[in-house]
Ligand binder design. Structure first.
Ligand code: G
Ligand code: MN
Length: 269
């Protein structure tokens, strides 16, 4: 008799095992791709940054969503290798990016597990130095607001190291964590990326009031505010009306492979 009692759990376990195996393979065989999603200055309409986003289409599994494979990578100690993979690809792509947008930055997402490592930023910095020291000021790191308190000293040290080496530090998915605002603004960062939940509800006066207050707050702390997840022309005009200067979202441009990014972006307004 089979040991399998609940077929849905077993299916889940089988998929999990396959995912770990295939992801390990993809990491050592250049099987992942990096797509880039632009961020724009809403006043000048210039592309100011490109967020590097890992994509995976596997021969056996087909397209695997980042939410799923990032969780697997985190649970199986593969997140460090995934981070390295994206950093290396980004460094390889940066000369092409700068050839097209000389002032742009490329942003990479850093996981909490990486940030909790004492010497993470120093190691990343030495990888960049080996490739081309000049690229460091064109890099940005995105860290999520919801990082555990126990890792705080290492996180702070890493963020300080990044900023000291001229990288930009952005707080990602802002507004979804439970952070104490006063404490958050003491962190060493340059920029806030407002979670897309705010723009989704922007027709709600409360969400609009929060966005407007954040525009003022970030300005008074000399930080940049970027609105993420802009999907409709109505949302875009509303955030412009509320004083937001930077945005990212499917309306402006979807994550796209580097060679396929258009020279001129279609502007809905
Ligand atoms: O957490 P972070 O902001 O790094 O998440 C980036 C993810 O959000 C990417 O997977 C990207 O494809 C997705 N994304 C980017 N722009 C939009 C958007 O306008 N709407 C939605 N729903 N998702 C988006
Ligand atoms: Mn991000």
């Amino acid at each position: 008799m089979s040991m399998r009692t609940d077929p849905s759990i077993c299916q889940g376990q089988d998929r999990h095992v396959t995912l770990v195996k295939r992801l390990t393979h993809a990491l050592s065989h250049k099987g992942l791709q990096v797509a880039y999603q632009p961020e724009f200055d809403l006043q000048t309409r210039q592309l100011v940054a490109l967020e590097a986003l890992c994509r995976w289409r596997d021969e056996e599994l087909g397209q695997v969503q980042p939410d799923e494979f990032i969780k697997v990578a985190e649970a199986h100690g593969l997140i460090g290798r995934l981070g390295e993979y994206v950093l290396n690809q980004t460094l390889a792509d940066l000369p092409v990016v700068l050839g097209r947008w000389p002032h742009a930055r490329v942003a990479i997402n850093i996981s909490g597990a990486e940030l909790a490592q004492e010497d993470f930023a120093l190691r990343a910095h030495s990888v960049i130095q080996l490739v081309d020291p000049d690229l460091v000021r064109h890099l940005e790191v995105e860290v999520t607001e919801s990082i555990s308190n126990c890792a705080l000293p290492n996180m702070l040290r890493n963020l300080e190291t990044f900023r000291a080496s001229e990288m930009t530090v952005a707080i990602d998915d802002f507004g979804t964590g439970q952070s104490n605002l006063a404490r958050l603004f003491q962190l060493p960062f340059d920029k806030i990326k407002l979670d897309r939940a705010f723009v989704e509800g922007i027709e709600n006066p409360m969400a609009a009031a929060i966005v407007s207050a954040l525009v003022t707050l970030t300005q008074s702390f000399s930080r940049t505010l970027v609105v993420e997840g802009v999907e409709t022309p109505a949302q875009l005009s509303q955030i412009i009306r509320l004083g937001c200067n930077f945005a990212q979202g499917y309306l402006l441009c979807r994550p796209t492979l580097l060679g396929e990014l258009p020279d001129t972006m279609p502007w809905p307004l």
